[in-house]
Unconditional design. Structure first.
Length: 329
């Protein structure tokens, strides 16, 4: 019986097939286990609200649980850094705030990640208007009255933020610069603890996403003075914009997006984009976001990159104009 001796070229092809087969099977099977989504702020804040909504929608699309892990600190930078330094296998996603990608690269003395080199953008997730609110103990009813009060009491009005270098912080710095008033910044490890102290009167004012303040405003625990957007927020239609209050440059719409480590395989990035976009277009998620003032904003990675470039241009100008530089906390 004649023996079979494959040619060297056939041996090479056979070897490559044997080596590649497990990788092909792994890629085709994705996802084969639960996925972790890191939200870089504590539970209960706006990032957590929108992150959980997206996770639930993506779970249905991917056929695997998408589990939220809250890692707060350093204005959201800590959680994003953890996500970007995770294994690039599609099983750890990062739910980023706008500040971690568009402000932190310019406002932090040292950032542990490079947005351009370390992050693969999946999609913009949601855009959210912000509102300037004060504790009822502060004797003001309008933005103009707040400015006058702060001028009469320099250094005695404090404002809370989700952390140094966050949009909630820079919005306050922008107001200080535009109105020429002295406000004291009090940073927290996320919007939720900052708002808790605002409601409790430990801080007197803050500029936060509408969803996290809406219930407190409606209940009378906080007073809304102005929406920091170009147009009024549908859920707070009686609250004027900062432009209407003669501060057109004090704008700070917030937003959130989805990213993974840059080395994540392209086919997995594509699968994640498809699942996220489908989730964000579903009535369940869009209606859930809209109820708390968020506009679901799905798109391609290229759409996200173009949007981010504009945001970086805007906030880098603000950071430079006010001369702010945050030391890592």
């Amino acid at each position: 019986m004649a023996s079979f001796h494959p040619s060297p070229s056939k041996k090479l092809r056979l070897l490559l097939y044997v080596l590649a087969a497990p990788l092909l099977a792994w890629a085709q099977a994705y996802p084969s286990k639960p996925i972790r989504m890191i939200v870089p702020f504590p539970a209960g804040g706006p990032a957590d609200i929108f992150g959980r909504g997206l996770a639930q929608g993506m779970s249905s699309e991917l056929g695997q649980p998408v589990i939220i892990e809250n890692i707060g600190g350093v204005g959201g930078v800590l959680g994003v850094d953890r996500a970007l330094k995770s294994a690039p296998d599609g099983y750890t996603l990062g739910f980023n705030s706008g500040s971690t990608l568009s402000i932190a690269p310019y406002s932090f003395a040292k950032l542990p990640y490079d947005v351009k080199k370390d992050a693969a953008l999946i999609t913009l997730v949601v855009r959210v208007p912000e509102v300037l609110a004060v504790h009822p103990s502060l004797p003001v009813a309008t933005l103009a009255e707040l400015v006058e009060h702060a001028k009469r009491n320099p250094g005695k009005v404090n404002f809370g933020s989700a952390g140094g270098g966050s949009i909630t912080h820079l919005a306050g710095e922008l107001l200080k610069s535009e109105a020429k008033i002295d406000l004291v910044h009090v940073p927290y490890k996320g919007a939720a603890p900052a708002v808790n102290d605002l409601v409790g009167g430990q801080v007197q004012m803050g500029i936060f996403d509408v969803p996290v303040l809406l219930g407190h405003i409606r209940s009378g625990k906080l007073k809304a003075l102005a929406v920091t957007s170009a147009t009024r927020a549908p859920t707070l239609s009686d609250v004027p914009t900062t432009a209407e209050a003669n501060y057109p440059n004090v704008t700070s719409d917030n937003w959130y997006g989805l990213l993974v480590p840059a080395a994540t395989p392209a086919d997995i990035q594509k699968r994640l984009n498809s699942a996220a976009v489908a989730a964000l277009k579903s009535p369940a998620v869009t209606e859930q976001f809209a109820k708390v003032g968020g506009l679901a904003s799905p798109g391609t990675p290229q759409d996200y990159a173009a949007f981010l470039a504009k945001e970086q241009e805007k906030w880098s100008r603000v950071v430079n104009a006010i001369g702010f530089k945050e030391q890592n906390q």
